[in-house]
Design a protein. Structure first.
Length: 129
């Protein structure tokens, strides 16, 4: 159905003749629900800068290894999942301080001290408002 420049469909179907010769289908809600609603790649070690992002309007630097991404489009509730990591021997932890619009990420070294990383990443999964 096409209305006002919008295409509406519930299932994507392909004939996949090259590999199997059979038709394959995928429910579009699976695609929508299974993709990140936001993601970001940024640096905090030498300079605090965003390399690339989707649905992240800004980052708040709260000191060494303490970053708060701000979502452009907020989440429906604060029950969403987010996964973060950095490139060094550190890991991303969090203190579950999240709202529909932001959340806190802590990058820490092996002794659990906050530390900045040169390459940080996060992905957010859940329902948008």
């Amino acid at each position: 159905m096409v209305a006002h420049g919008t295409i509406a469909f519930d299932t994507l179907t392909t004939s996949d003749q090259v590999n199997t010769g059979t038709e394959k289908s995928l429910d579009t809600s699976y695609i929508f629900n299974g993709t990140p609603k936001a993601w970001c790649n940024w640096a905090t070690a030498a300079s605090f800068s965003i390399y690339d992002s989707f649905n992240i309007t800004s980052l708040t630097d709260n000191g060494a290894g303490n970053t708060k991404p701000v979502l452009t489009n907020i989440m429906a509730n604060d029950d969403y999942a987010y996964i973060g990591f950095c490139n060094e021997t550190n890991y991303m932890g969090n203190n579950d301080e999240r709202t529909t619009a932001t959340f806190k990420l802590l990058s820490q070294n092996s002794s659990h001290s906050n530390t900045d990383c040169s390459d940080n990443n996060v992905a957010v999964h859940g329902d948008l408002a």
